[in-house]
Each structure stands twice: as structure tokens, then as C-alpha cells.
Design a protein around this ligand. Structure first.
Ligand code: KG4
Ligand code: ZN
Length: 339
């Protein structure tokens, strides 16, 4: 069984083919980052237009790379949300149309479920159940995962997502878009000079808030002469605060659930300092940390192909409707017991 995965929820056009025994047999990505960086962030209309331009050629190339014909594709998985409406519609309509033409099933995949399951593509995949920390540009979620689709939200950000905070801090520091990797690179030149708050850690609970930390960063920056070293020290202090805050909350989540496996996924999980902080914490808790390889931390077609394939194998069926849901709660998905 070969499943074609299509990801177009934001600024990357991702296409991949997954096979349950062989794993990912082909995987291509076209990133729009260069185009959006001229505007300092994602321009939704331009994102949709680029998905239209690149999606079909990428699918053709992916089939070639996998040495497969269209007749050998047995199902199509597409990101149906959450994301930008125009961008989602490109993937959803293309997937549905191809599925109709090729007479195979198509399945709507939740983008964050894709991220959450990305570590399953690694050789040492986690076993269920586990705690997952999903940290991307649009979401910060702590989830108890019993099985595919069986997600209990333990905590979430009450304001900015972690990735969003990185992107906004990058803007303050004149680093441009996308902010996460740039703040991270600058932080490596920074020293422990400023002490930033660890929001919402001095009270019980598993929710996050990054908006105050962002303001604190701005106020600290405005008190300096904004030299290169000032900016590097601020990037370091900000990143350390995010890493420690996340680590405190994840420790609590493991203790509260009694689970000993922690998965981190989503764009921010590419951050080295955050990974190192979590690694240290799980070792103290005698737990295990799992994360996707770097290219599967950020948006990609492979995670969508994998998630869709699991649902198709479990027997999930959909009608011919084209699903595009800019907002879609991850705890409302079908579980294996309801498919
Ligand atoms: O998962 P993703 O590719 O797209 C969404 O679903 O949002 O995540 C993108 C987010 C951006 O906010 C980006 O700045 C952040 O992930 N990011 C990082 C790093 N790489 C990407 N944040 C911190 N450190 C990184 N190395
Ligand atoms: Zn994403």
C-alpha cells in the first residue's frame, strides 16, 4: 500500500509517499520562506498562489523519485486543517480530484496530528501511551496520547504559540523571518547576562503563556544600546526562558500522568537548547525523549502520508466532501475505536 501525503497548510508545499513496510519512499518539499521573508511574515494570498504553482509538479516528481506510477498509489492523505484557508484548499481540492481520478480513497489529516506522529517515522519510535509537546508557529499543546486519535489536552498556550513568540522576538532583534532558527543561531553567541521570567511556572497547571515574555524581551532590549552583543545576550535569555518553562511543564505533565515517554514535535522542536533541556529533564525523571529528525520537525508531506496511512489502514472512510478547516480541535478526531 502506497499513500501519497500532501501538506499545504502554511508556507511549505510538502509531498511524500509512505509505505507501511518500506517507510517513506519519496519526500519532496518546496519552501516559500524566501518569498515571505521579503514581507517579514507569511502572506496568505501569496502562499496559496505558490501552492497552486508547485503542488502538481511536486507530485509528479515524487512519483518519479519513488519509481511509481499513479496506478500504484492506493490512497491520498491531505492536510485539512488547521491552517490558512486558501492554502488548505489547494491541497484539499488537488487531493480529492486526484483521488477521484485514480479511484482511490482520500483522507483529511489534522496538521498537528501529523506533527505528533512524525516521531513514528524514526527507527526508535515511541510506544503508546505517551505525553506529547506540540510546539509550532500556531500551537503550543501538551497532549496525553493514548493511541492514534485519542488525545487529551493537558495544557495549551493561553496567548502566543512558542513559535510565534520566537518569530516576534526575531522581528524585534531585526533578524527577519522565519524567526526560530535565527534567534537560535544568535543565542549561540549570547551569554547568561539577563534573567527572564518563566511564565506561569510558579502556580499549578499545565497551560503556557508567552506574550508577557515577549514584552519583557522588548523592554529589556529598549534598556540596552542594541549592540550585536546586547541582542545575542537577549536572544540567549529569551531562548533559555522558553526552554526552561517548557521543561518545567513537561516534567509536571509526566508526573501528573504517570507516563514515562515524552514526544516533542512541531517546528520549535528543532531547537537544540529546548531539546537539550528536555533531555536533561527526562533523564532525571527516568523517562525517554522522542523527537522527529530535523526535516520532519517543521512542516512536511511525510508526516501527513504516515498519519493518513494509519487511518486508512484502520478503515476510516470519507465521502467525496472536500475538507478545509482553518480551525480544528485536535481532541475532536476519530479514534481507532470510533473509526
Ligand atoms: O511546525 P512548523 O513548521 O509550522 C507550523 O505548523 O506552524 O513551525 C514553524 C515554527 C516557526 O514559528 C519557526 O520560527 C519555529 O517553528 N522554528 C523554530 C526553530 N525552527 C523552526 N523555533 C525555535 N528554534 C528553531 N530551531
Ligand atoms: Zn506545522
Amino acid at each position: 500500500m502506497h499513500v501519497l501525503g500532501i501538506e499545504t497548510s502554511c508556507d511549505e508545499t510538502g509531498v511524500a509517499i509512505y509505505h507501511p513496510e518500506q517507510g517513506i519512499v519519496a519526500d519532496l518539499l518546496y519552501s516559500q520562506v524566501k518569498m515571505h521573508s521579503e514581507y517579514g511574515g507569511v502572506v496568505p494570498e501569496l502562499a496559496s498562489r505558490d501552492h497552486i504553482r508547485f503542488l502538481v509538479p511536486l507530485i509528479q516528481q515524487c512519483l518519479l523519485k519513488a519509481n511509481l506510477t499513479a496506478q500504484e498509489i492506493n490512497g491520498i492523505a491531505y492536510t485539512a486543517g488547521p491552517g490558512l484557508m486558501g492554502a488548505l484548499l489547494v491541497g484539499a481540492t488537488t487531493a480529492r480530484s486526484l483521488a477521484w481520478t485514480w479511484k482511490v480513497p482520500a483522507i483529511a489529516v489534522h496538521h498537528m496530528e501529523g506533527h505528533l506522529l512524525a516521531p513514528m517515522l524514526e527507527p526508535n519510535a515511541p510506544k503508546y501511551p505517551f505525553v506529547a509537546l506540540l510546539v509550532s508557529g500556531g500551537h503550543t499543546l501538551l497532549v496525553q496520547v493514548q493511541n492514534i486519535g485519542d488525545y487529551k489536552i493537558l495544557g495549551e498556550s493561553l496567548d502566543d504559540a512558542a513559535g510565534e513568540a520566537f518569530d516576534k522576538v526575531a522581528k524585534m532583534l531585526d533578524l527577519g523571518y522565519p524567526g526560530g532558527p535565527k534567534v537560535s543561531a544568535l543565542a549561540e553567541q549570547g551569554q547568561a547576562r539577563f534573567k527572564f521570567p518563566r511564565p506561569m511556572t510558579n502556580r499549578p497547571g499545565l497551560d503556557f503563556s508567552f506574550s508577557g515574555l515577549k514584552t519583557f524581551t522588548m523592554n529589556t532590549l529598549n534598556k540596552t544600546s542594541k549592540t550585536a552583543q546586547d541582542k545575542a545576550d537577549i536572544a540567549y535569555a529569551f531562548q533559555t526562558a522558553v526552554a526552561e518553562t517548557i521543561s518545567i511543564k513537561c516534567r509536571r505533565a509526566l508526573q501528573q500522568t504517570g507516563l514515562n515517554r515524552l514526544v516533542i514535535a512541531g517546528g520549535v522542536s528543532a531547537n537544540k537548547q529546548i531539546r537539550a533541556a528536555l533531555q536533561k529533564m527526562v533523564t532525571q525523571e527516568q523517562a525517554q525523549l522522542y523527537f522527529p529528525k530535523l526535516e520532519y520537525c517543521t512542516d512536511n508531506g511525510a508526516m501527513i502520508a504516515y498519519a493518513g496511512c494509519q487511518r486508512l489502514l484502520a478503515g476510516q472512510q470519507e465521502n467525496l466532501e472536500i475538507y478545509a478547516k482553518p480551525r480544528w480541535a485536535i481532541n475532536s478526531l476519530l479514534t481507532f475505536s470510533t473509526i
